[in-house]
Design a protein around this ligand. Sequence first.
Ligand code: CO
Length: 157
Amino acid sequence: MATRKIINYTDSILRKKTKPVVDFDNSLHILLDDMAETLEKARGAGLAAPQVGVLRAVCIIDVNNHFYEFVNPKIVSRSESTNVYDEGCLSIKDDNGKSIYYPVERNNRVTVEAQNRFGENIKVKLKGFAARAAQHEIDHLDGILFLDHVKNLPDKN
Ligand code: CO
């Protein structure tokens, strides 16, 4: 395993849509293993493949000692209820390299359908911070950043 460099949001690669994974081969497993090591080192709650420069629909979540690997994930249902909480991103740091946080509204619960690293279908119901992390990471796969959801974002001049 190896850590990979986490790309900053100023790089346009984070605005691109990912392509689905079709080969569940060793290169996918290496990517997932490297992402896990990178996430652990960065002490984050989740990481999406575009953040390490790979435009494939792959993300991982590590919340409350629960670790998830999602390949080709889709959110298939969401609770109507929402909550607003400060959110950050390993790719969004200020000039001093410190994470910045803004409140974002997310659904309280989501159901994710995805594949695991072997191409088997999985379905996971998530709530609370894990649900928030899943919404955040799956957004990354569509080139969406949490800043896009922030209301009244301060002017960054
Ligand atoms: Co992020």
